[in-house]
Design a protein around this ligand. Structure first.
Ligand SMILES: O=C1C[C@@](O)(C(=O)O)C[C@@H](O)[C@@H]1O
Length: 258
């Protein structure tokens, strides 16, 4: 149904292709330690999701990150890709981290050989950002570059500019999450997404408006140009995430109505 006017470099994570067809469903998993993450992974409704995001910022001790990656990877079915994310406090995550520690955490995840993609925040200081992107590409790990505004929705052109900047910085997938305060903010996010897809995109985009106002944006990615949606299985990692079983049915409905 939704056509893609610009040719995109689709991104394959195992057998899951971002940037083609029905948007993919990613479930974030959070836990304070390795044991909690392992049981959260084993409890996932794997039939209703396409990939899993490990939110390392929820760990009590970041020294556990390598063991957490290992535990989650080995508890996942082989065909489910793993996205590694440390979300900083400034971008809506659980904790702050000095940039040198953020960089070395991501480098360790990349070098583990166990993660299929890594989230890198766009507003990471430039040296570190470039270093992480280069290391990921050397290791063959796609970069999902991200920007989050948990307070407000930037203007349409600002949203498009951020997505374009991420692409120019070497992102394999670009991403923005915003907080709407009125219906028009959701329209702005959708409009910016469509503008990026139609006139600028070389890589796939993930966009969403958070909270209850923004739910529609998590369902309509195929129409406007978002290749992935974050869904919940139990606890949500951001406001407005829809339960994965419902999400699967709604995405199929949107797709099937072509
Ligand atoms: O960037 C995102 C998007 C998100 O914030 C959401 O709104 O669904 C959830 C996060 O876990 C993820 O890293």
């Amino acid at each position: 149904m939704a056509d893609s006017p610009r040719p995109l470099a689709a991104v394959a994570l195992r057998d899951v292709v971002l940037g083609e067809g029905v948007p993919k469903i990613c479930v974030p998993i959070m836990g304070p330690d390795v044991a909690a993450l392992r049981s959260a992974t084993l409890a996932l409704p794997v039939a209703d999701l396409d990939l899993v995001e490990l939110r390392a910022d929820y760990l009590d001790d970041l020294g556990d990150a390598p063991a957490a990656i290992d535990a989650v990877r080995s508890a996942l079915p082989a065909d489910v890709p793993l996205l590694f994310t440390f979300r900083t406090l400034a971008e809506g995550g659980e904790r702050e981290l000095p940039v040198a520690d953020y960089e070395s955490l991501l480098l360790r995840a990349i070098e583990s050989g166990l993660v299929d993609a890594v989230d890198v925040e766009q507003f990471t200081p430039r040296d570190s950002l470039e270093h992480i992107v280069a290391a990921a590409h050397t290791a063959g790990v796609p970069v999902v570059m991200s920007s989050h505004d948990f307070d407000a929705t930037p203007e349409r052109d600002e949203i498009v500019d951020r997505l374009r900047a991420q692409q120019d910085l070497g992102a394999d997938v670009v991403k923005i999450a915003v907080m709407p305060h009125r219906a028009r903010d959701v329209l702005m996010l959708l409009d910016a997404t469509e503008e990026f897809r139609s006139n600028h995109a070389r890589v796939p985009a993930i966009t969403m408006a958070m909270g209850s106002l923004g739910v529609v944006s998590r369902l309509a990615g195929e129409t406007f140009g978002s290749c992935l949606t974050f869904g919940s299985a139990g606890a949500a990692s951001a406001p407005g995430q829809v339960e994965v079983g419902q999400l699967r049915a709604i995405l199929a409905l949107v797709h099937g109505s072509e």
